[in-house]
Design a protein around this ligand. Structure first.
Ligand code: FAD
Length: 438
């Protein structure tokens, strides 16, 4: 092949990138492209920022290997074809994704390539195991996690691709400007972003992965320790493909270990979303009872972290501050919204989608449905007692005090139940009573 265009989407890396590696190995010229799609922009200022940082990093990395990143705005299919024709490309490569929107984009791109006599190929890379690769007897996807995990860990995984030493991008292309980033480390006031968000890009992601591998041993014992904050925080880098999930899983080693098992949950939800594209809007479990209340004041209290239940408010404030929330807190806050307040999981899903750096359709919707009892949980009526969870996973109350400054002077586990404090102490706290008492 003479010239290949590699369309990047949410695979913003050069390591273990099968589409890029194949193009570099088989084409004389390779044109890496990212198209800023107005249909996807503006949904989450946190993710927009992370994306723009990741693009800047990718361009630097590609330039360091003799290439570049071409940036265009508009419809990704039209822009890819336009560029492919400009550079007389004979091939277009893309990493296959699972959402309805992404698959429609792939289909349109394939059709347009065919119309213009350009070879089209999609590649793996967004998951450890391809979402369509494993199927149970008599079904098109796994509905229950444990059998999926067994099949997943026993499957043959592809070998990770080396990063290309050289990316032979032709000279003279108009490469386009990177989107402007707010100055400084944190988003500027008024941008609608979180003040303490992680920085995007493969360079930071790989550094985090290296550091994390040194802490892996503690994961089994500490991943539910809310104040200990002992999880990897790799999720935004996986979300944008700054890290290859296969590389992370392989580097972690033990396929049956607790960390790799969590990575399998990610693949599990991808294969569910692949088989059930309406996961974001429609109950996955056939016959799931959906009788939600609609209470704007309760929803607002939950969103802003003013429910009067400290463990819930702490999680929701962490989300706003960091664009990330500890998994245990996600479970507690989501279960509180759906099972205690009886509010629709879709409202919770949308709020998480607005703030989460790692927010993506399969994992956000899959987990919300799991918690709400409309999804893949084999015990859909499971309840998470938020107070019991608080005492178990934040026994001394440090997580709550970190995120709810109004309660910073309440010592020990008493911080979980401010309504039990002496009236005089309670009166001095600028903290609301529980929603049920208002
Ligand atoms: P670690 O504990 O270090 O785990 C390593 C990796 O495994 C994570 O980075 C992630 O890729 C994967 N993983 C871990 N737990 C899960 C899980 N339950 N489901 C799927 N993948 C998992 N995760 C997202 O990536 N995007 C989302 O939009 C998202 N929404 C969620 C919504 C709710 C209501 C709940 C309960 C969970 C959600 N999760 C989501 C899953 C999980 O909370 C995060 O992946 C995890 O907290 C990320 O932090 P970490 O990287 O430190 O995870």
């Amino acid at each position: 092949m003479r010239t290949a265009v590699v369309l990047f989407t949410r695979d913003l890396r050069v390591h273990d990138h099968p589409a890029l590696a194949t193009a570099c190995a088989t084409a004389e010229r390779v044109v890496p492209l990212f198209v800023l799609d107005p249909r996807l922009a503006g949904r989450s200022p946190n993710r927009d920022r992370f994306l723009h940082q990741s693009l800047a990093d990718l361009r630097t990395i590609l330039r360091g290997r003799g290439g570049d990143l071409v940036l265009r705005h508009g419809d990704p299919v039209a822009e890819t074809i336009r560029l492919a024709r400009d550079v007389a490309a004979d091939g277009v490569a893309v990493s296959a994704d699972v959402s309805h929107y992404a698959r429609q984009r792939q289909r349109r791109l394939r059709d347009e390539c065919e119309r213009h006599r350009i070879a089209y190929r999609d590649f793996p890379g967004l998951t450890v195991v391809d979402p369509a690769a494993l199927t149970p007897t008599g079904g098109d996807h796994y509905k229950v996690f444990t059998p999926y995990f067994r099949a997943w860990s026993a499957a043959d995984w592809r070998s990770a691709c080396a990063a290309p030493d050289r990316v032979p991008t032709p000279e003279g292309l108009t490469v386009g400007r990177l989107p402007a980033l707010p100055a400084g480390e944190s988003p500027q006031p008024g941008t609608g972003g979180s003040p303490q968000v992680a920085v995007g890009g493969e360079t930071v992601g790989r550094r985090r992965l290296r550091d994390w591998l040194g802490n892996l041993d503690q994961y089994g014992d500490r991943h539910d320790d809310l104040p200990g904050d002992a999880t990897s925080r790799l999720s935004p880098y996986l979300r944008f493909g700054c890290l290859s999930p296969l590389e992370v899983a392989t580097a972690a080693g033990d396929r049956d270990g607790p960390f790799v098992r969590q990575l399998c949950w990610r693949d599990f939800h991808y294969q569910v979303a692949y088989a059930f594209p309406d996961l974001a809007t429609t109950a996955y479990r056939r016959g799931a009872k959906e009788e939600w209340r609609y209470d704007a004041a309760a929803l607002d209290a939950w969103q802003t972290g003013h429910t009067g239940l400290p463990i819930v408010d702490a999680g929701m404030r962490q989300l706003r501050a960091e664009g990330w929330m500890h998994n245990r807190a996600r479970l507690i806050t989501a279960a509180y919204l759906t099972k205690e307040l009886g509010l629709d999981w879709r409202a919770g899903r949308a709020w998480f989608d607005r703030w989460l750096l790692d927010g993506d359709l399969p994992n956000n919707s899959g987990n919300w449905q799991w918690v709400a009892g409309t999804g893949n949980d084999t015990r859909p009526n499971r309840r998470f007692n938020p107070l019991r969870q608080a005492h178990r996973f934040d026994p001394a109350g440090d997580y709550v005090r970190r995120w709810v400054p109004e309660l910073a002077d309440v010592t020990g586990a008493a911080v979980h139940e401010p309504w039990r404090l002496p009236l005089a102490v309670r009166a001095g706290l600028d903290y609301p009573p529980p929603l049920s008492e208002r």
